[in-house]
Design a binder for this molecule. Structure first.
Ligand code: ZN
Ligand code: ZN
Length: 352
């Protein structure tokens, strides 16, 4: 008899239903995890609103912590009851990118990964196929609470962005948008030795959280002109024919048309811009700012879970107070509605 479990199943934009679905059946190399809680990611929210990334019947959720319920006979070093997080990246192993060590670029990534193609963690159980510690499943140290543990993935994404942006001691940095990832980028930029880190936001609670976590200066973009704020605080950056601000590194974590163009205005000529957030659709950018300012422009996707878990357990990055809400699986639609409210919520967790 197939065993069944409750899961939050995507039916279409703004519509999730709780259904009984089969518990994933694990093979000898797989692990089954009973989900303790799972956070709603910005990308889950994007999918919830538009259906982008996923098809009908998808169970989302890839930022989770749970306890191992079953271990395949051929899995090394893991046991029932272990507290873990995981992410199975279903890359093909054969394409140009997989065979040249750039697995993150595998075209198959979003069709066969945890919460993208494969069932995710907004369910009682989630499976990690071909489980290998340090590769797609990670043990959570006892010192880390469940809220913190379930933020390992967004923290990994933030750390990756800061490394990609090449932040060096003494750099000035502006983070545009300070949700979970922006806040973690801000903390990681400080840890990397940035001399001054500023945050631009439109939410009072997120501005307060940024300040609490060590932002040197913040800009409430609702009643300030962010470019003027950046010029005042980081200096005026002249470039051919024009002037912007003098920020060494800008990390774009908001994904709005206004912040995307601000990134090009604020960065100094020869500085770096890292794009982390996904905009709703294509955005026009002023190419003359690329030709005349020669910024390094980077996209950032994915990250290193080991580094994230180390940073969280050492206290270098602190996220537990950024988790603002917990909802039961039955209230998944309410959970997504709460996560949509940028003023009221930072990170919403679903507890099956
Ligand atoms: Zn995520
Ligand atoms: Zn591939």
């Amino acid at each position: 008899m197939t065993r069944e479990m409750r899961a939050a199943v995507f039916k279409g934009p703004y519509d999730i239903e709780i259904e009984m679905v089969p518990v994933p059946v694990i093979g000898p190399r797989d692990v089954l995890i009973r989900v303790t809680q799972s956070g709603i990611c910005g990308s889950d929210l994007h999918s919830y609103k538009t259906g982008f990334y996923i098809s009908q019947q998808q169970v989302m959720g890839h930022e989770f912590v749970g306890l191992i319920a079953e271990v395949g006979a051929a899995v090394d070093g893991l046991a029932e009851g272990d507290r873990v997080t995981g992410f199975y990246a279903g890359v093909c192993g054969e394409c140009f990118w997989c065979t040249t060590g750039q697995m993150i670029l595998c075209p198959a990534l979003f069709t066969n990964s945890t919460g993208y193609g494969l069932p995710g963690a907004f369910a009682e159980f989630v499976a990690i196929p071909s489980a290998v510690i340090g590769q797609n499943i990670w043990r959570i140290p006892d010192a880390i609470d469940d809220d913190t543990a379930a933020t390992s993935e967004p923290v990994a994404v933030a750390l990756n962005a800061v490394v990609a942006a090449g932040i060096k001691p003494g750099d000035s940095v502006v983070i545009l948008g300070a949700g979970m990832i922006g806040n973690a980028c801000m903390q990681a930029a400080k840890n990397a030795g940035a001399s001054r880190v500023g945050v631009v936001e439109v939410s009072t609670s997120r501005l307060e959280a940024a300040r609490r976590h060590g932002a040197d200066i913040v800009c409430d973009a609702r009643n300030n002109v962010p470019l003027d704020w950046a010029k005042d605080n980081f200096g005026v950056g002249a470039y051919h024919f024009h002037e912007g601000a003098m920020v060494d590194v800008v990390i774009e974590c908001a994904g709005s048309p206004a912040t995307i163009s601000l990134a090009f205005e604020m960065v100094r000529a020869g500085g770096s811009i890292a794009f982390v957030a996904l905009p709703k659709g294509p955005e026009l950018i002023d190419i003359s700012k690329i030709v005349h300012k020669l910024p390094r422009i980077l996209g950032s996707l994915g990250g290193d879970f080991d580094l994230a878990i180390d940073s969280l357990s050492s206290g270098a990055i602190h996220t537990s107070d950024l988790v603002t809400h917990h909802f039961s699986l039955e209230d998944a639609n309410a959970a997504f509605a709460a996560q949509l409210d940028v003023e009221g919520a930072m990170k919403v967790m679903i507890k099956p």
